[in-house]
Design a protein around this ligand. Structure first.
Ligand SMILES: Nc1nc2c(ncn2[C@@H]2O[C@H](COP(=O)(O)OP(=O)(O)OP(=O)(O)O)[C@@H](O)[C@H]2O)c(=O)[nH]1
Ligand SMILES: [Mg+2]
Length: 412
């Protein structure tokens, strides 16, 4: 009996030890994991999550969240009380909305087309509520004379005619809206994500086109843009035909601070492109822009040469070139369509760049080229300066062209 207090103390100590070892050990990780799984970061919206069952298939709780892995608020502990692993959901792209900033800049650059082709089209609709029975013929005449192209004009008007016959278009505003929708449908093609986000290092861009369309200038503009985004850019002087072409590229290279890989005058352009691809990889460049000599799309030997250049680049780097962009001068109208058809046949083009849209009243050519070639326009040139290049966003472009003057006044 004298030992009773000692026995009681021993029993209490053992009980405390058992509690600490079993209960506390089990409880702590649950609390920590629970906090990670349900609390989004301050100021950040919660991302959409998966159900706890789906989440469990993704394995153990990963590292602490990064800005890209905002946890879901609806991932709750499951039946066993365990909180499932974090789920990283890709962010869903917002629906395309025309941004005012881009539209204002585009409007300025497209002033000639807005004042020409679009002004004539708009005049058919202004101040008229009733649909004029002759409107489709008048639209046809304006669109064809503005380089939209016969085929594209007729397919657009056919769809509008069908809607009219089904009484789906109540007034001239509705016809105008249908025309806008047609233009957006035609222009909104191609991958949602520009290839400039390619994971390839370097991403190789081959620039092709006929003489004087703006290949070298566009390379300079793109180098400026990507350099400004912190990417390391290398230029390849693949136009070995003229010494002046190399010098022109070197001027851009100096301006941007980009290395220019060149060969001797008259050197094989494929060899220069090969060397440049190797060099760009060695330098750890993000992007290699390959300039080429202008060539007539109808000259078979020159088209064979450019095919060879492309194959040689592929030998230097698997999967390259990642972009083969055809540069078209918008002022050449229907000829741009003929060029695009033959270049597309010879090379697997990934996109188009339309230059000199600032210098033509017939910007409708964009519609014809996109519709017939089914190739996405990646950039448009609206002037000679480095900043006069715009990434092409179909909704912005359509808004800049079709936006009525009263919309413009309202936006200002
Ligand atoms: N207004 C205007 N001029 C442009 C645009 N893009 C290029 N230019 C001009 O077009 C002319 C030809 O441009 P280059 O870049 O030399 O054309 P290129 O395709 O490289 O020509 P070649 O190498 O001879 O085949 C230059 O005077 C450029 O400044 C543009 O978007 N708008
Ligand atoms: Mg050039």
């Amino acid at each position: 009996m004298d030992n009773l207090p000692i026995v009681l103390v021993i029993v209490a100590a053992v009980a405390l030890l058992v509690y600490v070892l079993f209960f506390r050990k089990k409880a702590l990780p649950e609390t920590a994991a629970g906090k990670r799984a349900v609390e989004p970061r301050a100021g950040e919206p919660p991302a959409a999550g998966k159900t706890s069952k789906e989440a469990r298939h993704l394995g153990p709780t990963p590292k602490p969240p990064t800005p890209e892995s905002i946890p879901s608020t609806d991932v709750l502990p499951d039946e066993s009380g365990q909180v499932p692993a974090l789920v990283v959901e890709p962010t869903t792209a917002a629906p395309p909305v025309a941004s005012k900033k881009d539209v204002a800049g585009l409007r300025k650059g497209l002033a000639a087309t807005r004042g020409g082709f679009m002004a004539r089209l708009k005049a058919l609709f202004t101040g008229k509520k009733e649909i004029d029975p002759a409107i489709l013929e008048q639209m046809e005449e304006i669109m064809i004379s503005s380089d939209v192209g016969v085929k594209t004009t007729q397919s657009i008007l056919e769809r509008i005619r069908e809607k009219l016959q089904k009484n789906e278009l109540a007034d001239s505003d509705a016809v105008w809206a249908a025309l806008r929708a047609e233009a957006t449908r035609i222009l909104d093609i191609g991958p949602a994500e520009p290839r400039s986000n390619s994971k390839a290092k370097p991403m190789v861009v081959l620039m092709v086109g006929v003489n004087g369309v703006g290949k070298t200038t566009t390379i300079g503009k793109l180098a400026t843009k990507w350099n400004g985004e912190g990417k390391k850019v290398v230029l390849a002087a693949g136009d070995t035909f003229r010494a002046a072409a190399v010098q022109q590229l070197e001027v851009w290279g100096k301006r941007v601070g980009a290395e220019v890989v060149k060969g001797k005058e008259g050197a094989d352009p494929g060899a220069v492109a090969f060397e440049a691809t190797k060099k760009a990889a060695e330098l750890g460049a993000d992007i290699l822009l390959v300039d080429t000599a202008g060539r007539l799309h109808t000259k078979v030997n020159l088209m064979d040469e450019i095919k060879k250049v492309k194959k040689t680049i592929a030998k230097a780097m698997d999967g390259a070139p990642h972009e083969t962009l055809l540069v078209l001068d918008a002022t050449t109208g229907q000829n741009a369509l003929a060029q695009a058809a033959l270049f597309k046949e010879a090379l697997e083009l990934t996109g188009l760049i339309l230059t000199k849209l600032d210098g033509t009243a017939k910007g409708g050519v964009v519609l014809g080229v996109c519709d017939e070639l089914k190739l996405p326009v990646r950039y448009v040139g609206l002037g000679e300066r480095a900043e006069d290049l715009r990434e092409f966003v179909a909704v912005d472009f359509v808004e800049a062209l079709f936006g009525r003057d009263d919309d413009e006044a309202a936006a200002a």
